[in-house]
Design a binder for this molecule. Structure first.
Ligand code: MOS
Length: 698
C-alpha cells in the first residue's frame, strides 16, 4: 500500500491559483509573452489533397513591404529526418493532405504576413486522392499496436460460437463521427533563438499540455541536446489532447526563427487552420455483437472496429479497450483495422479510445436489456465482473454498481416506464437513458520529478514542469504539496509550466495529478526526512516517485454512470436534453470545485458528441468544409440547462498516495450512449450513429 497522504488542504474547494490572472488578462498566454521585436508567421496551405509541389512563386509576397522571408519546401532549413513524419514540415515537395503547410510567410505584422501568404502562388502536380472510410475497402490493415501501445486485437474463447448459441443476442453496427478539438485558445507558438549557430539556445513559449514533451520533440527535430531548448507554458486555454503531442506549427515557428537569426517569431494558428494540422478524433465504425442467456448474462462480447489514419503517419485509436474490460463474458474479441487515407493524421481527443469505444457497447447493452426485458441498470449489474476480464487482475477498487445505484436514486430512475415511446408531454416525446463510463488510472512512476525548496519566512517553493491546460491542476498540486509538507495552502508557491523545472509527464490520459502529485509527495517526504520540520532557507530536495509495483498487481480504473433525459419533438424530431446527471467513482477528490468543472465539462462535450459535433469531410476535395465555429456545432448554454456531476466516497489505497483517480476524461465517456438510449426510450427509434440528427428519429 502507498503511505496515504493525511489530508487537510486536499478536499477543500480552493479557488484556482491562476484564476485571477486568467480572468483579468494578466496571466500571459504563449502569444502574449513579451519578446523584443517579434515577427509574425502565416502559413500557406495546400489546396490539393494529394500530389507534389512543383513551384512556389513568392515574388508578389516578398515585394510586399514588411515581409521578412518566405519559407518553401525548396528553401527551408533542413530538419532531422526519420523521427516523426508529421513534424517534417517543409522538408519535401510531397502533399499528403489538403491543408498541409506548403509555405510560410514571416513579416513585421500579422496582417502583412497573412496578406503575403495569400499572394504566394503554389503549383502542384496533382494525384487522385482517397478520403473515404468504409468497411468494404480491400486495403484495410492491422496496425502493430493501438494507442499508446495496446495489443491490436484480443481474443478469449469463441465469441462467434457464443453468439450462434445465444438465447438473446444483439448484432449491429455503430458509428461515431470525425470530430475536432476546439479549445478556447487556439494553438500558438513563440520561438526565440539566442546566440549563434554552434552554441545557440532556444526559448519557446507554447500553448501546450506538456513542456517537456514539446521540448524533446523540438530538440530531436533540430538535432539539439534537450538542455539547449527551453519551453515555457504557465497559462494554457484548453487542449483536449490536441496540445498533448507536438504538431507542425511548433516546428515551423522554430524553423522560421532559425532562418531569421535572432528575430523572435510568433505564430497564432487560426481557428480554421486548427482543422488541418493539430489532430482530431478519427471516425469509427464498430461492428458489435453481444450474446447472452435469457436473463441477460453475457456469454460473448465482440467489437470489430474500422477507423482511419493518414498515409504519412499512423495513429490507431484504441477504440476496443472498453469492450475488453467493462463486462464479464467468457468469450470476447476485439479487432482494430485501419484505412490509410489522404487526410491529416488523427490524434488524441478527450478520452481517445474510451470515448468512441463506449458508445457502441453501451447502446448495445441497452438493446440487450430491451431484448431480455430487463432494466438496463439491472442488466449491467448482472454483468459485473469479479476481476478485470482483460487482465485477470483484481481491481484496486471498482464501484460501478454504486454509481449506477446512486445515480438511479438521484435521477429518479424508479419512475421510468419500462417501454419505449410511452411518455408524451404536449408536442414532445419524453425519454430517459443510462450508460456506463470507465477510464483507466494511468501511472508512470519515476517519469516525473518535483523539487521542494524552503525560502524562509514559512514559504515553500514547489516546482515541477507540469501543465495546467485549464483543468485546475496548478491548484490541486498546491493542495497536495501543502499536505505533503503539512503546511497551509497559502505557504506554497507552486511553479509549473517550464522545462527549467523538474521533468513532468504530459497532461494527458487524465494522469497529471497521479503522476505529478506522486512526485510532489515523494519530494516533500524526502525533504522532511532530510531537513525536518524546521529547515533553513535554501534547503532543497528533488525526487521522483518510486515504483510501488501496484500497476502490475491491480487493474485500476475510474467508473461512472450517466443518466440523460431527452425531449424529442413529435413533428420536427428536434432533440433537447433538459437533464444530464452523472455519478462517478473517482477515488479521492482533490478539489471539489475544479473536479466538478472537469466532470461537467466532459459531460457537456459528450452531449456535443451526441447531438452536435461532426467534421464534414468533402470527399471531392478532401477537406473539412465546416472548419470554423459558425458551422462546426458545439452546444451553447441554452443546449445544456442542467448538467449535474456527483461522486461517491471511494477509498483506493493503491492508485497513489492521494487516493485520487483521473477526472479529465471520464466525464465524456458514455454520455453520448446515455443520450442515444434516452432518444430510443422517448421515440422507440434506435439510432446507432452520432451525432443524432432530427431526420434520424422521424
Ligand atoms: Mo487527453 S486526449 O489524453 O489530453
Amino acid at each position: 500500500m502507498n503511505r496515504s497522504l493525511r489530508t487537510h488542504e486536499v478536499g477543500v474547494d480552493h479557488e484556482r491559483v491562476d484564476g485571477w490572472a486568467k480572468v483579468t488578462g494578466t496571466g500571459p498566454y504563449a502569444y502574449e509573452q513579451p519578446v523584443s521585436q517579434p515577427s509574425y508567421l502565416h502559413p500557406v496551405q495546400s489546396t490539393v489533397a494529394r500530389g507534389r509541389v512543383t513551384e512556389v512563386d513568392a515574388r508578389a509576397a516578398t515585394a510586399l513591404s514588411g515581409v521578412l522571408t518566405v519559407l518553401t519546401p525548396f528553401n527551408a532549413p533542413r530538419l532531422q529526418h526519420g523521427h516523426d513524419a508529421e513534424l517534417e514540415v517543409l522538408q519535401s515537395d510531397e502533399v499528403w493532405f489538403r491543408g498541409q503547410i506548403v509555405a510560410a510567410v514571416v513579416a513585421e505584422t500579422p496582417e502583412v504576413a497573412r496578406q503575403a501568404a495569400d499572394l504566394v502562388r503554389v503549383q502542384y502536380r496533382t494525384s487522385p486522392h482517397d478520403v473515404i472510410l468504409s468497411v468494404d475497402r480491400d486495403d484495410l490493415y492491422k496496425p502493430e499496436s493501438v494507442n499508446p501501445n495496446h495489443p491490436t486485437d484480443s481474443l478469449a474463447g469463441d465469441p462467434d460460437a457464443a453468439f450462434d448459441d445465444a438465447a438473446r443476442a444483439v448484432e449491429a453496427t455503430y458509428t461515431t463521427a470525425m470530430t475536432h478539438n476546439n479549445p478556447l485558445e487556439p494553438h500558438t507558438t513563440v520561438a526565440v533563438w539566442h546566440g549563434d549557430d554552434a552554441t545557440a539556445t532556444l526559448t519557446v513559449y507554447d500553448s501546450t499540455q506538456g513542456v517537456h514533451t514539446i521540448g524533446e520533440a523540438i530538440a530531436t527535430m533540430f538535432g539539439l541536446t534537450p538542455d539547449r531548448v527551453r519551453v515555457v507554458a504557465p497559462y494554457v486555454g484548453g487542449g483536449f489532447g490536441s496540445k498533448g503531442r507536438p504538431h507542425p506549427h511548433e516546428i515551423l515557428t522554430v524553423l522560421a526563427a532559425q532562418r531569421l537569426k535572432g528575430r523572435p517569431v510568433k505564430f497564432a494558428v487560426t481557428r480554421q487552420q486548427m482543422f488541418s494540422f493539430v489532430g482530431y478524433r478519427t471516425p469509427t465504425i464498430q461492428r458489435m455483437r453481444l450474446a447472452a442467456d435469457v436473463d441477460g448474462r453475457l456469454t460473448g462480447i465482440s467489437n470489430d472496429i474500422v477507423e482511419l489514419t493518414a498515409r504519412y503517419k499512423e495513429f490507431a485509436e484504441q477504440t476496443g479497450i472498453p469492450t475488453r474490460t467493462m463486462y464479464a463474458a467468457t468469450n470476447r474479441r476485439t479487432t482494430h483495422r485501419l484505412a490509410a487515407l489522404d487526410v491529416p493524421v488523427p490524434s488524441w481527443m478527450r478520452a481517445p479510445g474510451e470515448c468512441p469505444g463506449m458508445f457502441a457497447p453501451e447502446v448495445a447493452m441497452d438493446e440487450l436489456a430491451e431484448a431480455c426485458g430487463v432494466d438496463p441498470i439491472e442488466l449491467r449489474i448482472r454483468n459485473e465482473p469479479e476481476t478485470d476480464p482483460d487482465t485477470g487482475k483484481p481491481y484496486s477498487s471498482r464501484n460501478f454498481v454504486a454509481c449506477l445505484r446512486e445515480g438511479a436514486r438521484r435521477f429518479g430512475w424508479a419512475d421510468r416506464p419500462p417501454l419505449a415511446r410511452s411518455r408524451r408531454d404536449g408536442d414532445w416525446w419524453v425519454g430517459t437513458g443510462v450508460a456506463g463510463s470507465t477510464y483507466p488510472v494511468l501511472r508512470r512512476p519515476g517519469a516525473s520529478a518535483a523539487s521542494v525548496r524552503y525560502d524562509g519566512d514559512g514559504r515553500y517553493v514547489v516546482s515541477i514542469g507540469a501543465a495546467d491546460l485549464g483543468t485546475g491542476a496548478w491548484t490541486a498540486l498546491t493542495q497536495i504539496a501543502a499536505d505533503a509538507l503539512t503546511v497551509p495552502f497559502s505557504d506554497i508557491d507552486m511553479r509549473i509550466g517550464d522545462t527549467g523545472l523538474p521533468p513532468a509527464t504530459v497532461a494527458g490520459g487524465s494522469s497529471g495529478t497521479t503522476n505529478w502529485g506522486s512526485a510532489i509527495v515523494a519530494a516533500a517526504r524526502r525533504f522532511r526526512e532530510k531537513y525536518g520540520d524546521d529547515p533553513d532557507a535554501g534547503d532543497e530536495y528533488t525526487a521522483a516517485a518510486t515504483d510501488d509495483g501496484h500497476t502490475e498487481r491491480f487493474a485500476m480504473h475510474a467508473y461512472g454512470a450517466q443518466f440523460a433525459e431527452v425531449l424529442v419533438n413529435v413533428d420536427t424530431g428536434e432533440i433537447r436534453v433538459p437533464r444530464l446527471l452523472g455519478v462517478f467513482a473517482i477515488g479521492r477528490v482533490i478539489n471539489p470545485r475544479t473536479a466538478r468543472s472537469q466532470l461537467v465539462g466532459g459531460m457537456t462535450m459528450g452531449l456535443s458528441m451526441a447531438l452536435h459535433e461532426k467534421s464534414v469531410l468533402d470527399e471531392r476535395f478532401g477537406f473539412v468544409v465546416n472548419h470554423d465555429l459558425a458551422e462546426y456545432h458545439i452546444p451553447t448554454c441554452a443546449d445544456v440547462p442542467s448538467v449535474e456531476a456527483h461522486w461517491i466516497t471511494e477509498h483506493d489505497p493503491y492508485v497513489n498516495p492521494m487516493g485520487s483517480k483521473g477526472i479529465g476524461e471520464i466525464g465524456i465517456v458514455g454520455t453520448a450512449a446515455a443520450i442515444a438510449n434516452a432518444v430510443h426510450h422517448a421515440t422507440g427509434v434506435r439510432v446507432r450513429e452520432v451525432p443524432i440528427t432530427n431526420d434520424a428519429v422521424l
